[in-house]
Write a protein that binds this ligand. Structure first.
Ligand code: AMP
Ligand code: ZN
Length: 145
């Protein structure tokens, strides 16, 4: 664990940040980390998290939200330029009623297909990991400085 970061040992995203469980990493910088969602709504579904553990948007300091949004834009652009979906939603859930299932604040970059009729509670179904790995590589090469 880094000396200056706040982590929750029970949190699955903190475990990814610690390298204790694997992830299809897309990008990281000093404050943020981006990786593929393993239960994707559509091809290219990605998550952006801060390196510090904050459960939701209410308790995330603005100086953490700012780089989080910067990385979210960077990943959304890379997905647009590589996967080229019909559209992209940026989504962030707070609380069970909003279908938040991991209590480490995160932004979803949700690629959309015309007519996919996606619901906010889309349900978690494991994706094909080889396919997710291929998509991650396509996105990585499209990430700009
Ligand atoms: P939310 O429902 O907004 O809290 O979203 C949490 C997201 O984290 C879901 O879309 C899950 O599929 C995703 N997720 C959970 N565990 C992992 C993991 N180990 N690697 C990648 N994504 C995960
Ligand atoms: Zn965490």
């Amino acid at each position: 664990m880094g000396e200056d970061v706040a982590r929750d040992p029970e949190c699955i995203f903190c475990k990814i940040l610690e390298g204790d469980i694997p992830a299809y990493k897309l990008f990281e910088d000093e404050h943020t980390f981006a990786f593929m969602d393993i239960n994707p709504l559509n091809d290219g579904h990605a998550l952006i998290i801060p390196k510090d553990h904050h459960p939701n948007i209410f308790d995330t300091p603005t100086n953490v939200l700012a780089p989080l949004m910067e990385t979210t834009q960077r990943i959304a652009r890379a997905i647009q330029n590589s996967i080229a979906p019909d559209g992209i939603n940026i989504l962030q859930a707070n609380g069970h009623g909003a279908a938040q299932s991991v209590f480490h604040v995160h932004f979803h970059v949700l690629p959309r297909k015309n007519g996919d009729d996606a619901k906010l509670n889309w349900g978690l179904r494991p994706g094909d990991m080889d396919h997710i790995s291929d998509l991650a590589q396509q996105i990585r090469v499209a990430i700009k400085d």
